[in-house]
Design a binder for this molecule. Structure first.
Ligand SMILES: Cc1ncc(COP(=O)(O)O)c(C=O)c1O
Length: 350
């Protein structure tokens, strides 16, 4: 608090990222990062990057990268927008589409950055409760609204909403619908093909999860050219060069190695399924996950206690002290060795 702050800064409730303590080495299963390195082609592209180019501004339009994404998703280049992490793409989207005289709708249990953007851009919103089993019921969204957003799979529940339901939602809604597919590559089906018929649908993706490039900060949105133009208008009124040239080079190399991308996602899916069975054997109820994390509660021990005891034993998982989910843990799928450590520490404390 300071006399120099504006009212809006006073009122902000900023997002709190998962903890990154430095006091000891932890097995980090709390921020949904990928445990595997990026493709060797990415490393090679960064190593051989011509450092002399650093004196120049990068391509403000990320043209080659947008072309590569357009070709991968069978859309046109003007259907693609790139940002500094999908968080930035989302932030611009909130500003571009959701400041309306009707409230934005999103699930009560969802990505906790959404209400933060609403605070920043002064967007009116209404949360829609998930069903008791934590699923999204699209019938609940058939009310007057200034936009709809949800992650698919949802975070932190990890549950997938079938594409037919997303299509029905877009068909019957006159405002913009954003499907945040940060985790779609771990077994979900992308709604990107639906953007061809539904001009109000925007789909966002991240390079942070399945492509192991969280440190590079890259995300993108695909949708009708008018939606993309709105995002470009915001971007070019904020920061014309959000994607540095090393990031553009590395992302292209990642897109050129689809085999590696598929193999590392498949590995995570296999570990997730094994981990789900092991957790169930220890008395956890684990929701069926379509993501690189699971959401689980134990039949006797409170989640907070498990979280604290795991932390004391050097394993970090995510605990949310929030209504409805305060007895759940969100656990990122790590390597097989990391999950073996998790399971053995859990056995000690249960
Ligand atoms: C649902 C969801 N959307 C978007 C993001 C942002 O991803 P990034 O900004 O790293 O692309 C995250 C990050 O954890 C997320 O959980």
């Amino acid at each position: 608090m300071s006399q120099y702050w504006t009212d809006i800064v006073n009122q902000l409730e900023p997002y709190v990222p998962g903890e990154q303590p430095r006091d000891q080495q932890y097995v980090k299963l709390n921020t949904n990062e990928n445990p595997y390195p990026p493709s060797p082609r990415v490393i090679e592209a960064i190593d051989s990057y011509d450092k002399d180019r650093l004196k120049l501004y990068p391509d403000p339009e990320s043209t080659t990268l947008r072309e590569a994404l357009a070709s991968r998703f069978e859309v046109e280049i003007d259907n693609v927008f790139i940002g500094n992490g999908s968080d930035e793409v989302l932030a611009h989207s909130f500003q571009a589409f959701f400041k309306q005289d009707r409230p934005l709708l999103f699930p009560d249990i969802s990505y906790s950055f959404y209400p933060v953007y609403c605070g920043l851009y002064q967007i009116d919103y209404q949360t829609i409760p998930l069903k008791d089993n934590f699923t999204i019921d699209i019938e609940d969204y058939r009310i007057d609204n200034g936009g709809i957003i949800f992650p698919n799979p949802n975070a932190p529940t990890s549950l997938l909403l079938p594409l037919e339901q997303i299509e029905s939602l877009c068909q019957n809604n006159s405002s913009v619908v954003i499907v945040d597919e940060a985790y779609v590559d771990f077994g979900g089906e992308s709604a990107i093909p639906l953007t061809k018929q539904h001009t109000n649908l925007l789909v966002t993706h991240s390079f942070s999860k399945a492509r192991s490039l969280a440190g590079l900060r890259l995300g993108y949105a695909i949708g009708h050219r008018d939606l993309i133009e709105a995002l470009n208008r915001i971007k070019n009124s904020f920061n014309s060069y959000p994607i540095d040239s090393i990031a553009q080079t590395a992302a292209l190399a990642s897109l050129a190695d689809e085999d590696y991308f598929r193999q590392s996602s498949d590995r995570i899916i296999a570990t997730r399924e094994a981990m789900t069975r092991q957790l169930a054997d220890l008395g956890f109820e684990v929701l069926p996950s379509g993501a690189n994390f699971v959401f689980a509660q134990h039949d006797t021990l409170p989640a907070e206690q498990i979280y604290l005891q795991l932390k004391a034993k050097g394993v970090l998982v995510r605990y949310f002290n929030k209504p409805r989910i305060d007895n759940y843990l969100r656990i990122t799928v790590g390597t097989d060795a990391e999950i073996a450590t998790l399971i053995s520490k859990l056995k000690e404390l249960l």
